[in-house]
Ligand binder design. Structure first.
Ligand SMILES: [Zn+2]
Length: 273
């Protein structure tokens, strides 16, 4: 049996000889261990009024501009599912890592599980947004608003009442709110999705730990490229092959082909010892 930990130990030793910024990047894989569907493939279909839609069709500006309440219902149902989901050992191990002096987490997940596991707001960049927040659809300001608690019990498939729709309107200008989520037909920016902050961090990273990400969106790949520019160390954690693992292999770094909950507690202990 291959001992994947040997490479990881070598990378950790290397890091300790010359410590620096630890950057953790997480994707859907870590949350799927808590039971959140990845919304890729057929398990992501959403059925409404006998129409079937894929998340890649629903989570778009184009769909919201045509069927805003339909899109809201989808997000509110996902939000309730996330509210009822607990973080796993991987999330807790990452939250514990913020005790290191130089540490940041960049996540593609919108499910709020990292914050639920206790990570501080100033240590996390949610580059695809967070289900608990909304902003003005007309962009009258860049302010974000917390989704009202009355939606904590939203039932999947239920139409929104007029009163509920009113709670999804902008406090400043009265127009509709939209989820503060990066949609498939939109571009990254700094004000909501921390584009420049994330790429800056990647340039400074001494060690990148990528967790459960497939690298199918552009920013995670740009983060990887920037870490490689400065010869940063890489440890990839993912049971499946992905671009981060291939890069780690090509550059003499390490990967652990396991679930994050199984290996992150040990890795965080090694780093903090
Ligand atoms: Zn507004």
């Amino acid at each position: 049996m291959i001992d994947y930990w040997r490479d990881t130990e070598r990378i950790v030793d290397n890091f300790k000889r010359k410590p620096g910024l630890v950057l953790v990047l997480t994707g859907a894989g870590i949350s799927s261990e808590s039971g959140i569907p990845t919304y890729r493939g057929s398990d992501g279909y959403w059925n409404k009024e006998s129409d079937n839609f894929l998340p890649m069709e629903i989570a778009t500006y184009s769909m919201f501009s045509r069927k805003p309440w339909f899109v809201w219902e989808w997000y509110l149902s996902r939000r309730v599912q996330c509210l009822n989901t607990e973080p796993n050992k991987g999330h807790f191990a990452i939250a514990n890592m913020e005790k290191m002096e130089d540490f940041f987490l960049i996540t593609q997940n919108i499910d709020n599980l990292h914050k639920k596991a206790g990570i501080s707001d100033n240590k996390i960049f949610e580059i695809h947004g967070n289900l608990n927040f909304a902003r003005c659809y007309k962009e009258c300001s860049s302010e974000v608003y917390e989704v009202d608690e009355c939606f904590n019990y939203h039932v999947k498939g239920m139409d929104l009442s007029e009163n509920e729709k009113r709670k999804l309107s902008c406090p400043k200008c009265g127009s509709m709110l939209r989820p503060n989520i990066l949609w498939f037909d939109e571009c990254y920016d700094e004000v909501h999705f921390h584009f420049y902050s994330s790429t800056e961090l990647a340039l400074k990273a001494r060690l990148l730990i990528s967790v459960g990400t497939t690298g199918q969106t552009s920013l995670p790949i740009q983060i990887l490229e920037r870490v490689l520019i400065n010869k940063g160390l890489i440890i990839d954690i993912n049971p499946d092959d992905n671009p981060f693992r291939s890069s780690a292999q090509k550059t003499g770094n390490a990967f652990l082909p396991y679930k994050s909950g199984e290996v992150l507690p040990r890795l965080s202990e090694m780093l903090m010892k």
